[in-house]
Design a protein around this ligand. Structure first.
Ligand code: B12
Length: 484
């Protein structure tokens, strides 16, 4: 049986948007290959060029039609199409439709963060055979083994799957997560165009010269922040690869592809101090030479001086500190994050002292935010020695407690909201206030997003004039690149 796995392309407001290995299908491919299946895989965003759609809009990767053609050319018996982000749903749908137009006879199953949040909607909208809910390795393997034996998609009785039986929506919720993550082999990187990832990395937190690859060493997070929807797909319990497994994967990654920078993309990389120490010491002992960073943000509560020194010694170049809000009330009672602002301050200054670049992540526009709370958050941000910041407009993803709060308070009318939400491509979703409250209008929030960034950059340019020079040079180079 031949299986073809794929992710759709995406849109961006910049022509040089970095590309990332789609971890979800890379893990699935690895497990399926290990169990004797023939697997082909496509990352839609790496399967074609970047094309300009309008002034500020670029299509990254193959068109849905071209991607569908590439998938069909591998002559699969079954297709697994992933939708890893809600903001990719439109292109996911178009790819799906293009596939069905070419070969209506080939069954398509799906999975990923988005279908997991909206299984019934996706099933009723598209002719999907089944949706694998949440962590997908074991269910997908069983589904494919059944398909191999019977030639049919037979979801009955499997854990974590949804399908339509005639017109009836059937779902078996996800209950069995893999607690021994070491049983899952590392992602099948060999099936993907790794050179493209190395050549198209850089991005917000790293220079354009960096050759970046990513790795995920654990799943889920013990915190319960109200904006996060990771528990819906990865369960509530933090699960991890052993330090030994992680070190072997890093060694292999570095020896095979020679990246200049490795990104740990875990939900909570630093949760287990003992494991983290073992990973850092292992990197040093084995003499693995590479730099690393944490694009996804780390929880400051997990860090201390001794650990930071060890992390630096093992190659840590920068840390993104996920602070979320500098207003203590919002942080504790709205976002419900246990971060102590004094601790975050201490960690930021320690990073500075030790020589680890540190960036701050902030969210603006959560329910309850007002001019006053966002100003408090900004003042806090400006008082820390950050090298960069990421300011995100609050996006209540369905499946989160923040979404429920917005519905309960009448800030969101679920039907129309979800409709607007499903139409939004990546660039819109990232800079689009999706609701307003009595204390914060959509217009004011956009002003705050700008103000937050402007004020920070003003301070940074004063503290680090070289950053200004680099920014001007980068802007110029990007302009030249986009003219080519
Ligand atoms: C790494 C990561 C990123 C990376 C992306 C790397 C990449 N490869 O594309 C970066 C840093 C770029 C990123 C950016 C963003 N991210 Co992000 N990211 C993650 C993170 C932490 C891990 C994803 C991952 O690799 N997981 C590991 C793999 C193994 O899991 P998986 O992808 O879910 O795949 C499994 C299953 O879903 C299933 N499956 C998946 N596909 C398929 C297909 C088939 C056929 C089947 C059967 C099964 C199946 O099986 C897989 C194996 O178990 C997740 C959180 C999470 N844990 O999901 C957030 C997450 C996906 N991101 C999220 C968000 C919101 C964003 C941003 C919008 C944040 C922002 N405001 O900037 C941006 C937007 C990105 C964009 N424009 O597309 C949300 C998505 C919510 C949503 N409904 O869309 C998540 C869930 C985090 C959250 N806290 O809520 N992100």
């Amino acid at each position: 049986v031949k299986i073809c796995l794929a992710t759709p392309p995406f849109t961006s407001n910049i022509p040089h948007e970095p590309l990332n290995l789609p971890m979800g299908i890379a893990y699935l491919a690895s497990v399926l290959e290990k169990n004797g299946f023939e697997v082909a895989a496509f990352d839609g965003s790496a399967a074609g060029p970047v094309t300009k759609i309008s002034d500020n809009r670029f299509h990254v990767g193959a068109t849905p039609e071209d991607l569908a053609r590439q998938i069909i050319e591998t002559e699969p018996d079954i297709i697994g199409l992933s939708c890893p982000f809600t903001s990719r749903y439109r292109l996911f749908k178009e790819t799906f439709i293009a596939l069905k137009k070419l070969r209506p006879d080939i069954p398509i199953v799906t999975g990923g963060v988005h279908p997991n949040l909206f299984p019934e909607r996706v099933l009723r909208e598209l002719d999907v055979e089944a949706i694998v809910l949440g962590e997908g390795e074991s269910t997908t393997l069983k589904l494919m083994q059944r398909f191999k034996e019977s030639g049919k998609i037979d979801p009955e009785g499997l854990d974590g799957i949804a399908w339509l039986n005639g017109d009836e929506f059937k779902t078996n919720p996800k209950t069995e997560f893999e607690f021994n993550l070491d049983k899952i082999p590392p992602p099948a990187r060999h099936l993907f165009p790794m050179k493209k990832y190395l050549g198209r990395s850089g991005g917000r937190w790293a220079g354009p010269h960096e050759r970046i690859l990513s790795i995920v060493t654990s799943r889920s997070c013990p915190s319960r922040c109200t904006f996060c929807c990771v528990h819906a797909s990865m369960g509530k319990k933090w699960r991890f690869h052993s330090a030994e497994y992680v070190l072997n994967e890093i060694e292999d990654l570095v020896n095979t592809y020679n990246p200049t920078l490795v990104g740990f993309e875990d939900d909570r990389f630093t949760w287990d101090r003992k494991r983290l120490v073992a990973i850092c010491e292992g990197i040093i002992d084995r003499g693995i030479k590479f730099k690393w960073y944490t694009p996804n943000g780390v929880h400051v509560n997990d860090l201390d001086e001794e650990l930071l020194i060890l992390m630096k010694k093992s190659g840590c170049k920068s840390l993104n500190l996920a602070i979320e809000s500098g207003d203590p009330y919002i942080l504790k009672h709205v976002i419900k994050k246990t971060t102590k602002l004094d601790k975050a301050r201490e960690i930021s200054f320690l990073c500075k002292k030790i020589g680890i670049k540190n960036n701050g992540y902030f969210i603006v526009g959560v329910p309850g935010d007002s001019d006053k709370t966002i100003q408090t958050s900004l003042d806090y941000c400006l008082s820390l020695p950050f090298d960069g910041i990421g300011v995100f407009i609050a996006t209540p993803f369905p499946g989160t407690r923040m979404f429920d709060t917005c519905v309960e308070n009448g800030y969101i009318e679920p039907e129309s909201y979800v409709k607007e939400f499903l139409e939004a491509d990546d660039p819109d979703m990232l800079h689009m206030p999706l609701f307003e409250t009595p204390t914060m209008s959509r217009e004011r929030l956009l002003e705050w997003e700008k103000e937050f960034n402007d004020q920070f950059m003003k301070g940074l340019y004063k503290r680090q004039p070289i950053v200004r020079l680099k920014a001007v040079a980068r802007k110029f180079l990007n302009k030249v690149k986009s003219l080519k």
